[in-house]
Design a binder for this molecule. Sequence first.
Ligand code: ADP
Ligand code: MG
Length: 262
Amino acid sequence: MNDSPPELQVRDVTVRFAGLTALDGVGLTVAPGSVHALIGPNGAGKSTCFNVLSGLTRPASGTVRLGGTDLTRLAPHRIAALGVARTFQNIVTTEGTVADNLMLGRHAHSRAGFAASALRLPRAVREQREHRARAREIAELTGLARHFDSPVALLSYGDRKRVELARALCLEPRVLLLDEPVAGMNAAERARTAEVVREVRAGLGLSVLLVEHDMGLVMRLADEVTVLDFGRVIAHGTPDEVRRDPEVLRAYLGTPGEEDAA
Ligand code: ADP
Ligand code: MG
């Protein structure tokens, strides 16, 4: 249970959409148990990279490996079952209670099957009870316990976004992919979510790959940072190294600073 997660390796991945190269020979490695941030300007290819990692987009070339397993051409549900779970940039649930949403995340682990559940066979009933107990633990870990039986529609925006995170955790991932987990949140909600990510990483022993525009949060959370610009990796290193990289400054600011020209 507490063995470290497998390394996630992206090697030389290229993705083309009609006439546009969204990813161009991208490589990165998420070290076991680390928080790795993937940053870059809008349109850099960050979400496309997540889509490749979760099996929604097939790359033209390149490979994705989790430990010894090649994920590159597997279907999304197979990748999820192998321990890679994600949240989406723009999707926030409005249906059902927090518990309902977390139980959806548990389905990948269901052994009893729908027929047995519908017939309320003893094994299925026991299994449902276990899933609910685990869902509750994950709600506690993500700060959602007091809302467990509340309709998601009544929660604050920050809590609703954390329901997405909790639902991904219900898949018991070894690697968690978070696409802009604090986008649209206020400062207090951002700080709370950052704390949750830190606690979850430590408590569940996961690796995290994080796409985020909030640089303060990236600098505080990440062990390593990879920077994309126009589908290419332009820098990689510790947050401190990346922050001072001239290529990165240029990508974010558009033009080189006066000092660079001098
Ligand atoms: P980011 O998440 O870094 O903002 P994306 O990965 O969403 O960037 O997009 C990278 C580039 O690929 C953009 O130019 C975007 O318009 C394009 N793109 C993304 N998805 C598709 C798609 N399904 N079809 C065509 N172009 C796409
Ligand atoms: Mg995106």
